[in-house]
Design a binder for this molecule. Structure first.
Ligand code: HEC
Length: 123
């Protein structure tokens, strides 16, 4: 029993190591598609899933500190003042968002940054 157990454990451990580290998370941004970063198809769904419970037009006054992130014009305001990126990247001096939840995935943050660097268009 002991003789097979150790190699088996090593096999499982190294197997997992290579699967997860190399194949899935080998390079930052690997496997993250930033070719298309449109507001309607990429940005809105990220906000919808992670932010609008507190920052929709109806929830913002009670749960989101009055910050609305539902409509493009409102989102653009927080792009332009740097607070959208500051909060999701948990930069110092910004209130970390989503509040009380886990940080957005690196891929979602990269998609947001790419959209902003392309001019944060209402596309
Ligand atoms: C559980 C509720 C909740 C969620 C979810 C949430 N927020 Fe907030 N957010 C708040 C509250 C409350 C405030 C106002 C108080 C504060 O700044 O902490 C706020 C403030 C902000 C501000 C303004 C910060 C400032 O300095 O003026 C931004 C920008 C923001 N949130 C972005 C986001 C984004 C982007 C997401 C999703 C990734 C998100 N929030 C998710 C509750 C939430």
């Amino acid at each position: 029993m002991k003789k097979i157990f150790l190699p088996l454990v090593l096999f499982i451990l190294t197997g997992c190591y290579y699967d997860s580290e190399e194949a899935l998370f080998g390079k930052p941004g690997a496997g993250c598609n930033t070719d298309i970063t449109n507001f309607s198809t990429e940005i809105k769904p990220i906000l919808q899933s992670n932010c609008l419970t507190c920052h929709s037009n109806s929830a913002a006054p009670s749960s989101g500190g009055g910050v609305k992130l539902q409509d493009y014009a409102d989102v653009k305001t927080y792009v332009d003042n740097g607070k959208l990126i500051g909060t999701i990247e948990h930069s110092s001096g910004y209130s970390p968002m989503p509040k009380g939840g886990g940080k957005l995935s690196d891929c979602n943050i990269l998609i947001m940054n790419t959209w902003i660097s392309k001019g944060a268009l209402n596309n």
